[in-house]
Design a protein around this ligand. Structure first.
Ligand SMILES: Nc1ncnc2c1ncn2[C@@H]1O[C@H](COP(=O)(O)OP(=O)(O)OP(=O)(O)O)[C@@H](O)[C@H]1O
Length: 616
């Protein structure tokens, strides 16, 4: 069932015809894209197209000359017993030459097309990925937007060339048709008209069904995405463990099959309709062609046409009809490609919030971080994740956030790192609004590990280097950071030390334990030694007790002049912070240092005692 709200149609304005031609607006852009990708190849493509377009008519004309020359030579032979071989064979030679040239042009076309396909695919993919780098986190979390991205990635890298190839094929066939037309007018302009009208219905049905296919494709994007997701869950090493143990395969495979069955049903319906209409309407074209065929035969029998002319016209009809339906199919396909391209451009033209900030220094350096009555609601969420948060963190001070799951701790960090912008209130760094800071300068000042840090399937060293792109391959820095993050011992014991491949995606990759990965993430944060704001979101949850104690001893030692924000559910680590915020339901319910909070005997004191009892 396709509901109108979920099938975003191509341009809605104007008549059906305008809508039909409206989608061709992307042809020019696709051509531009190909032109930018490689001028020599585009020009080569155009030249080969021209040659391959004109020569079939020349071959047909030579065919006529051959037959007429043969007939004349036969007569001469009968009358004089002599044959002038050259007068006939020169045409045969010329036709062989023309056919060779056509073959050459066609080879040239396919060679250039495959080179362009590779270059263009790469170019479009890079455009898509570059755009992805500019987009905000909010846009990534929007499922509709994500759909656009998936669609753009899945199809559009091959479509622009498809469109250009079809445009060139159309041009080639149009040139052929025009040159056939020139020959055919000598017979009868009406024949030309009959053939054109005969092929038109197939073209219209082709165009209609390609539009339907596109709408179906857009509409079903969420299901296709679910299918891709299920494939990942069922076939990726990081999920297969759990899938096997919980016996989820039949259930997930069942879902996968159900989606396929639904999609297949629609596909089948469309394919059957498309092909049956194509067949029926194609019959009209065939009828027109055979009508014209009979006409030429009659005219030849009655002596109005020579045998040579008849041969030529029959060839022209046959090839002309083939060229016409090829152009029409190309147009139908172009329509489809244009629709796909509209999706690509929709994605590429997605507005990006301008990173307006330019400050590299705050209005009052040394003022640290201030949250002034900050509230935040996630896009699409009903309730705010943070409400009226005010805090002040000075350089050299540490702040710990404590609170139940979902209380808003990570959200606060996301706002501090400007991944999101507060819905209300403001955040200041050194006296200036976070939004006014130059984003690169701001990010250089912040070293952060999130709970869901990334496990790059790269070398161990590069996993550390990711923390500071400028030192991505700096081995000395890797080692310093690893020492600080307590990762150097196990890295040194690995087969290739810092050059050991991590993860299972690539040959020889080593998998790490949860705690070891966390040490990698911690070391990654230490790579950013210029950062004066360190944010650790549950950095030691997977570490053993000795490692955790060592991490915090070292952390305190090396963060004396920095601002540190720590999120942890372990009160043993939280208690050392200068200031502790207890968050509940997005609000601060208690704050102060450990002694103050214990004395207040509120939520913090209760949870602290609860945890302490657990260790006794
Ligand atoms: N990207 C998001 N979009 C919408 N809502 C979100 C998003 N991320 C978190 N939330 C919601 O915001 C609230 C706060 O989440 P947050 O991740 O900040 O909690 P937390 O205190 O860090 O929890 P935990 O201790 O489990 O890590 C939760 O109710 C959560 O459902």
């Amino acid at each position: 069932m396709v509901s109108s709200s979920t099938s975003p149609a191509p341009p809605a304005e104007g008549s059906r015809l305008a809508r039909f031609f409206g989608v061709f607006r992307y042809s020019r852009r696709a051509l531009g894209l190909v032109w930018q990708t490689s001028r020599p190849l585009t020009l080569g493509l155009a030249l080969c197209t021209l040659v391959a377009g004109v020569l079939p008519a020349v071959a047909a004309w030579l065919g006529q000359l051959i037959v007429d020359a043969v007939v004349a030579a036969m007569e001469m032979h009968r009358e004089t017993g002599q044959v002038e071989w050259w007068s006939v064979l020169r045409y045969v030679l010329a036709e062989a030459g023309v056919i060779t040239l056509i073959a050459l042009a066609q080879r040239g076309l396919s060679a250039q097309q495959s080179l362009l396909r590779a270059l263009l695919g790469q170019k479009v993919n890079v455009m898509i990925l570059e755009k992805a780098g500019e987009l905000s986190l909010t846009q990534f979390e929007d499922s509709e937007f994500y759909d656009k991205l998936t669609r753009a990635r899945r199809e559009a890298s091959t479509r622009p060339l498809g469109l250009v190839n079809k445009t060139f094929a159309l041009a080639q066939n149009a040139i052929s048709l025009a040159s056939f037309g020139v020959l055919l007018v000598g017979f009868s302009p009406w024949a030309l008209l009959v053939l054109t009208i005969g092929a038109l219905p197939v073209f219209l049905s082709e165009a209609k069904f390609s539009g339907d296919a596109f709408r179906l494709f857009r509409w079903r994007s969420p299901q296709t995405r679910m299918q891709m997701y299920l494939e990942t869950v069922l076939a990726r090493e990081d999920s297969i463990k759990e899938v096997k143990l919980f016996g989820l395969e039949p259930l997930l495979l069942g879902r996968y099959r159900d989606i396929f069955t639904t999609l297949y049903r629609e596909d089948r319906r469309l394919t059957l309709r498309r092909e049956s209409w194509g067949f029926l309407l194609g019959l009209l074209g065939t009828l027109a062609f055979y009508g014209a065929y009979a006409w030429v035969v009659i005219e030849t029998v009655t002596g109005r046409l020579t045998l040579g002319q008849m041969t030529m016209y029959l060839m022209v009809f046959k090839q002309g009809q083939a060229a016409l339906s090829a152009s029409l199919t190309a147009i139908g396909g172009m329509y489809e490609d244009n629709l796909y391209l509209s999706n690509l451009y929709e994605y590429l033209e997605q507005p990006v919030a301008a990173e307006a900030g330019t400050l590299t220094q705050g209005a009052s350096p040394g003022d640290g971080i201030r949250f002034e009555n900050v509230s935040f609601t996630y896009p699409g969420a009903q309730t705010p994740a943070l409400k009226h948060i005010s805090l002040h963190l000075l350089p050299g001070h540490s702040l710990a956030l404590v609170g139940a799951n979902g209380s808003g701790k990570t959200t606060l960090i996301k706002l501090l790192t400007r991944l999101y912008v507060p819905s209300e209130g403001r955040i200041l760094l050194d006296g200036s609004d976070l939004g006014d800071w130059d984003i690169r300068c701001l990010r250089r000042r912040i070293g952060v590990i999130f709970q869901d840090f990334v496990r790059y399937q790269m070398k161990v060293g590069e996993n550390l280097g990711a923390g500071d792109v400028e030192a991505f391959t700096d081995e000395t820095r890797w080692k310093d950071a690893a020492q600080r993050g307590l990762a150097d011992d196990f890295i040194n014991a690995m087969p290739d030390g810092y050059h050991t491949q991590l993860g299972r995606w690539f040959k020889g990759g080593q998998e790490l334990s949860g705690g070891q990965w966390q040490k990698i993430a911690l070391s990654r944060a230490w790579m950013r030694d210029s950062a004066d704001i360190l944010v650790l979101d549950e950095p030691t949850a997977a570490m053993d007790a000795a490692a955790e104690a060592a991490v915090y001893a070292d952390f305190r030692e090396h963060s004396r002049d920095k601002m540190t924000v720590l999120i942890s559910h372990r009160f043993s680590t939280v208690r050392a912070a200068d200031h502790i915020l207890v968050v509940d339901g997005g609000e601060i319910i208690e704050q102060g240092d450990h002694d103050h909070l214990m004395a207040a005997n509120g939520r913090y004191a209760r949870l602290f005692r609860l945890q302490a009892r657990g260790y006794q």
